[in-house]
Design a protein around this ligand. Structure first.
Ligand code: GLC
Ligand code: CA
Length: 551
């Protein structure tokens, strides 16, 4: 099938912006971001040129895991506003050509969800079988499976003489997808949101719904794709939606099923193979290792090539669970602006649907709170407790947290250089990154060379030149340890993305054909490096220099 003649879906040409509502904009002075706050900032998001907003959960929730523990799928948490605020958001976004993507957490509910409150009343309650229970004795759980946020994955309920299964916190009991009634309830709920006019869904840890705890299976259970196809047939396929599954366990073969062009499952998935490259093999994300650029290129190129024509990629560096990319693989010191732009160019030049996480478009950085009491994330606090108890050095534990804590991405959005960065008038729920006086949206809107303006340009280029959507990917210089370069080809149109991923000068034998190519975007003001008398056209790149050129 020729890439050029394939008909594209709207979401294949789209760019998505992720909002973490709690940290975006507070409108009522309680220190917590909310839906009216998002509405106030829609014009800012619109200015970036994006097509859709993925909203992290705003449903009613006890907030044990910041809303990923839902107690009512069909209501909004009062902390974030009301259902009519949500309807207004959908409507106001639509008026600006922006669709709203809801976050669906279907692997588990909150333990305060009506279904679970019923389920634990008795073994013969009609809701009992909505969750995953095993008989047992106190102190002797069915097996030694661990929960993602620490401790056993089994929680004892003495009244029932049974354990329930939870892959995340004890307040997030796993739903039993084997039960058809559970699936029906979920589909009805999804259809209800579709009727409200939402534009799509992101599906939280979707590869974990078909668990088989007796076999120790969490991800990629035997009935996974059967469940997803049924859900898709009963819900998503009735509309023209974007759907993206979060799938930590996906390899390209599975991703081809998830994102099959016949639409039988999802539009695409988030895969995380590149995200795990800077941790020690076989260890946890907290066990840091340096990134090999050669490996990163191999992995990303593999996904580009494998899914081309038979699936679809999502493209992302950041989300609410990951550290800030400029701190992680760029340089958040002297080269912050240039390296943030370089990372953006490398990502947005690829084939797939790009996702921008709030603040990434400003080059926001990781945070270093001095004391653990300043952290809020359940995972971070669990890690600290476990490692301190296990006798790790406090310094080492804090170093892991500084590099990897999810709170790095959750500090308030930096709007301006006023108090609390313009996020709230009162005490924010988590500290503002002290660098907000230098890094903020107001300053960047006023500066044509800002990271914001660079992202805006990349989004616009994707709309202007179909080669960004259609072009076939080819990696250049795979063995080079500093340069990340590739071409995209669609018919006679070709793009070059050429980037120096290091803080030193770098050079390569750039093919002649690019000598007189037209520059679409470049993160250095002049082509010529006065220090060397050379330009990227000679294959000479300054630290973190990046260019996208067309011929
Ligand atoms: C996903 C979410 C994360 C949450 C977890 C449990 O990974 O992105 O924030 O803690 O699922 O719902
Ligand atoms: Ca608020």
């Amino acid at each position: 099938m020729s890439e050029r003649t394939t008909e594209r879906k709207w979401w294949q040409r789209a760019v998505v912006y992720q909002i973490y509502p709690r940290s975006f904009q507070d409108s009522n002075g309680d220190g917590i971001g909310d839906i009216p706050g998002i509405i106030q900032r829609l014009d800012y998001v619109k200015e970036l040129g994006i097509d859709a907003i993925w909203l992290s959960p705003v449903y009613r929730s006890p907030q044990d895991d910041n809303g990923y523990d839902i107690s009512d799928y069909q209501d909004i948490d009062p902390m974030f506003g009301t259902l009519s605020d949500m309807e207004r958001l959908i409507c106001e976004a639509k008026a600006r050509g922006i669709r709203i993507i809801m976050d669906l957490v279907l692997n588990h509910t909150s333990d305060e969800h009506r279904w679970f409150l019923e389920a634990k009343k008795s073994r013969d309650n009609p809701y009992h079988d909505y969750y995953v229970w095993r008989d047992g004795e106190e102190g002797a759980p069915p097996n030694d499976m661990k929960a993602a946020f620490g401790g056993s994955a089994w929680e004892w309920v003495p009244e029932l003489g049974q354990y329930y299964f939870h892959q995340f916190s004890v307040k997030q009991p796993d739903l039993n997808w084997e039960n058809e009634k559970v699936r029906r309830e979920i589909y009805d709920m999804i259809l209800w949101w579709m009727e409200k006019g939402v534009g799509g869904f992101r599906l939280d840890v979707i590869d974990q719904i078909a668990k088989e705890p007796d076999l120790g299976i969490t991800a990629n259970g035997p009935r996974l794709h059967e469940f997803i196809r049924e859900m898709s047939r009963e819900t998503f396929r009735k509309g023209d939606l974007i759907t993206v599954g979060e799938a930590w366990g996906a390899d390209p073969e599975r991703a081809k099923l998830y994102s099959a062009p016949d639409g039988s499952e999802f539009s695409m998935v988030f895969q995380f193979e590149h995200i795990g490259l800077d941790q020690q093999e076989g260890k946890e994300k907290w066990d840091l290792a340096p990134l090999s650029l050669v490996r990163l290129k191999q992995v990303l190129a593999k996904w580009q090539e494998e899914l081309c024509g038979c699936g679809w990629n999502s493209l992302f560096w950041d989300n609410h669970d990951l550290p800030r990319i400029v701190s992680r693989w760029g340089d958040d010191g002297a080269y912050r602006v240039r390296s943030a732009k370089m990372l953006a160019a490398v990502l947005h030049g690829m084939q797939g649907t790009p996702y921008i996480y709030q603040g990434e478009e400003l080059g926001m950085t990781n945070v270093r709170f001095a004391d653990i009491s300043q952290y809020r994330d359940i995972e971070t606090l669990g890690l600290y407790r476990e490692r301190m108890a296990a006798g790790y050095d406090r310094e080492d534990v804090m170093a892991s947290i500084y590099a990897r804590s999810r709170d790095n991405a959750r500090t308030p959005m930096q709007w301006d250089d006023g108090e609390n960065a313009g996020f709230t008038e009162k005490e924010p729920w988590i500290g503002v990154n002290p660098n907000y006086r230098e890094i903020n949206a107001a300053a960047q809107m006023a500066d044509p060379d800002s990271v914001f303006r660079f992202y805006q340009r990349l989004v616009a280029l994707r709309k202007e030149y179909p080669v960004f959507v259609d072009g076939r990917f080819e990696l250049l210089f795979p063995e080079d340890e500093k340069i990340f370069a590739y071409t995209r080809t669609s018919g006679r149109t070709r793009l070059l993305v050429l980037a120096n991923f290091s803080k030193e000068n770098a050079s390569c034998a750039l093919p002649e054909e690019w000598r007189d190519a037209q520059v679409l975007v470049h993160n250095c003001t002049a082509d010529l490096d006065p220090a060397t008398g050379k330009t990227w056209r000679d294959g000479a790149l300054r630290p973190y220099e990046a260019v996208i050129a067309l011929r």
